[in-house]
Design a protein around this ligand. Structure first.
Ligand SMILES: NC(=O)C1=CN([C@@H]2O[C@H](COP(=O)(O)OP(=O)(O)OC[C@H]3O[C@@H](n4cnc5c(N)ncnc54)[C@H](O)[C@@H]3O)[C@@H](O)[C@H]2O)C=CC1
Ligand SMILES: O=C([O-])CC(=O)C(=O)O
Length: 314
């Protein structure tokens, strides 16, 4: 039997979607279908063709197709959903909930039809609630519906720690738990540089500043860009998750998963450390938390619950 290449569909060919497509191709993780609305079919085809034509220069053979036709997404192994609107300065991610819920639901109806065995990764904001909306519409098992927040939030946190200590980002480890909002929970006790706990290397007031900068890290970029939100680091985060799945790497990454009792929460999609492998989320790790950490996670869970509740009437 011929060995098949993996197929990855990205719905939403805007900043995050197109950047993700390029990064997936650069790593030759599979063939890429970049899909957007019919009104943007030509620009989507143009982006895909432009990326394809970078292949001979960069040395990748991934096929990249731009389309608005869901039949092209048939039997995808992974579907990444970036469709929706992004926030502008002065907005919170939660302000996007009504518009993006409609978009995510309509996208998921198509995905359920054409790629019923796929593993779906959601990026659209507010992402914890959008992952719940996707799960509800797709009807897939919970291991195959995953939201992206923690890889990005942790990457920002690790960037700031590496800058503070002037060390390689490769030696920094950390974890950010909770919802993808300003009350997310960077776990200082589980953060280290070359195995050395950061609280033995950085003064408490500087750690507090790094934690706060991480929490509002998305907003910092929104403020600088002026007309949209981050896309390079979000795309890199999606690619890391896709790679963990496609290569069955069993990576331990913070992802948005359905919690059914873990950390004391039920019926809630929120960021927790999980094992990502060939079947999607293969395990959720429950870390021991101090009372203070648990209180911070409870606060974040409350925020996620209130934005997710908006969807129950839809
Ligand atoms: N979870 C996270 O960590 C992050 C989430 N985001 C979110 O990702 C989303 C996308 O961000 P960007 O790519 O910067 O926005 P963008 O505006 O550049 O691209 C969004 C694309 O979605 C398309 N789209 C809209 N409705 C669609 C539909 N029904 N079917 C197919 N495509 C559709 C638009 O035409 C547009 O091309 C936003 O909601 C943003 O807030 C962005 C960065 C990080
Ligand atoms: O901030 C935003 O709106 C986009 C996002 O989720 C992030 O960059 O973390």
């Amino acid at each position: 039997m011929a060995i098949q290449r993996s197929k990855i569909t990205i719905v939403g060919a805007g900043f995050t979607g197109a950047t993700t497509a390029l990064m997936l191709a650069q790593k030759e993780l599979g063939d890429v279908v970049l899909l957007d609305i019919p009104q943007l079919e030509n620009p989507t085809k143009g982006k895909a063709l432009d990326m394809l034509e970078a292949g001979p220069v960069q040395g990748y053979d991934s096929r990249i197709v731009g389309t608005s036709d869901y039949e092209e997404a048939a039997d995808s192994d992974i579907v990444i959903i970036t469709a929706g609107i992004a926030r502008k300065p002065g907005m919170s991610r939660d302000d996007l909930v009504n518009t993006n819920a409609g978009i995510v639901q309509s996208v998921c109806e198509q995905i359920r039809r054409v790629a019923p065995e796929s593993i779906v990764i959601i990026l659209s904001n507010p992402v914890d609630a959008m992952t719940w909306a996707a799960y509800r519409t797709l009807g897939f098992p919970k291991n195959r519906v995953i939201g992206q927040s923690g890889v990005l939030d942790t990457a920002r946190y690790c960037t700031f720690i590496a800058q503070e200590l002037n060390v390689s980002v490769e030696d920094v480890r950390g974890f950010v738990l909770g919802g993808h909002g300003d009350d997310m929970v960077p776990l200082v006790r589980y953060s280290s540089v070359g195995g050395i706990p950061i609280d033995t290397l950085i003064e408490p007031d500087r750690i507090a500043e790094i934690v706060q900068r991480t929490r509002v890290g998305g907003g910092e970029i929104v403020g600088l860009l002026g007309n949209g939100s981050a896309y390079y680091a979000p795309a890199a985060s999606l690619v890391q998750m896709a790679e963990a799945i496609l290569k069955d790497k069993k990576r331990v990454l913070p992802v948005i998963a359905l919690l059914e009792g873990e950390y004391g929460y039920r019926e809630l999609f929120m960021g927790v450390p999980a094992l990502l492998g060939g079947t999607g989320i293969e395990r959720i790790f429950e870390l021991e938390l101090t009372a203070e950490e648990k209180a911070a996670l409870d606060k974040s869970a409350d925020s996620v619950r209130s934005v997710t509740a908006v969807l129950s009437s839809q």
